[in-house]
Design a protein around this ligand. Sequence first.
Ligand code: FAD
Length: 433
Amino acid sequence: MTDRGLLLAPPHTSRASGISNLDGSISTSVEPFLSERHLALRETVRRFALETIVPIATELDESCTFPWESVKAMADMGLLGVPIPQEYGGMGLDYMSYVLVVEELAKYDATHAITVSAHTTLGTSPILNFGSSEQKERYLPLLAGGKVLGGFGLTEPGAGSDSGGTRTRAIRENGGYRLNGAKIFITHAGVGEIFTVTAVTDAKAGANGITSFIVTKPTVDLEKAETLGFGHAGDLEFMAGVRAGKKEDKMGWRASDTRELVLEDVYVPEANRLGDEGRGFRNFMKTLDAGRIGIAGLSLGLAEGAFEVAMRYAHEREQFGRKILDFQQVQFKLSEMATDIEAGRLLTYRAAWLKDNGRPFGKEAAMAKLFCSELSMRATLQAVQILGGAGYTDEYPVERMARDAKVCEIGEGTSEVQKLVIGRHLVKEMFGA
Ligand SMILES: Cc1cc2nc3c(=O)[nH]c(=O)nc-3n(C[C@H](O)[C@H](O)[C@H](O)COP(=O)(O)OP(=O)(O)OC[C@H]3O[C@@H](n4cnc5c(N)ncnc54)[C@H](O)[C@@H]3O)c2cc1C
């Protein structure tokens, strides 16, 4: 049987298949979107992933342990602030660069990819996009500079796809607000320290009565964070009543930290209201528009990772005295996967390009997320099929990739919700508001 280490080793310098990017280079069909700097960044992330993440990915998945050390290494490389301006501690690169980082990490491990994605688009960008200059100066250097992790609290037990159904309340009190409620499935609710959350400030105004706030709490792994010098900012004023709740035991993204975020009688000063009262829901929807391009990239990376493993396995595994790659039924599966991946890449890079060029991108982001998350599920399951029994065991990463792919069809809006978003755009384009 083919050795797992070999299947995860850096690809050959020559194109092993002639079908796709096994050598890490870019195919001519997508080059228009990428510069030499994009390719260099991708290569750096690829080397980091192969050296640091691949050796620990299976163990992390099995033990559900948050990878503090390798996340700190990503922070040291600047990967926790790729599209955030340098004045706030980020790398100051474009959104395409950020998407490429997430995609490249996901080829090897979805947990590291979602850590960068949730921290950047969900945790950090609302403060960059909607925060006051004081809020930006206070929180962005900690987040984008890679000192602490951030998160985004929208989902509640009764408010999932219908996120306008938020029950968390914010009542005005002494020049600030008193928050009560609970958010569920929040990425980094345990390990993170800075969160933007939504709460109802005017119950009669529906979605226009929802406001967002910045709240803080210490990380649950204080000792670890202090030892590493990453994950805890001692000078943050932590708010009494904000705490991490139940940790989820998940099907995929198992080493990523997903928990309840409880808000119990939390006093939030007015200075921590993010944007105007009543703008919280709309601002969070804009945040999700951009976040979806990142999830498309993550989904794409998973599909590409599974494709690479399947291609190599098919090249080496022999049955009936021939490489299984020689069987037309196996080749057709790989051909379909490669075609799907190219299509997903074009949708994703185009959405990122539109965003980088100041064009409307909401419809294209939803299309990229819908297509790539479903492609990711198809491709990872096909990879399991191509590896046969071996693919069903943890000897190879494709069973983990298939489990990791499923949530891409759920988080940041389910596939059904993406279709609603796309449909709304189509109707507006054709018939006006
Ligand atoms: C690992 C993980 C990490 C997450 N991280 C975060 C995070 O950091 N922050 C955050 O706020 N949330 C987070 N979420 C929550 C995620 O965004 C929600 O799970 C998602 O939006 C779906 O909501 P729900 O689970 O309540 O499903 P529901 O809304 O209850 O949906 C159940 C089913 O009904 C379908 N459905 C619902 N409404 C419609 C409709 N109108 N038309 C057709 N079908 C419909 C859905 O598509 C789905 O198939 C995370 C979830 C997971 C699993």
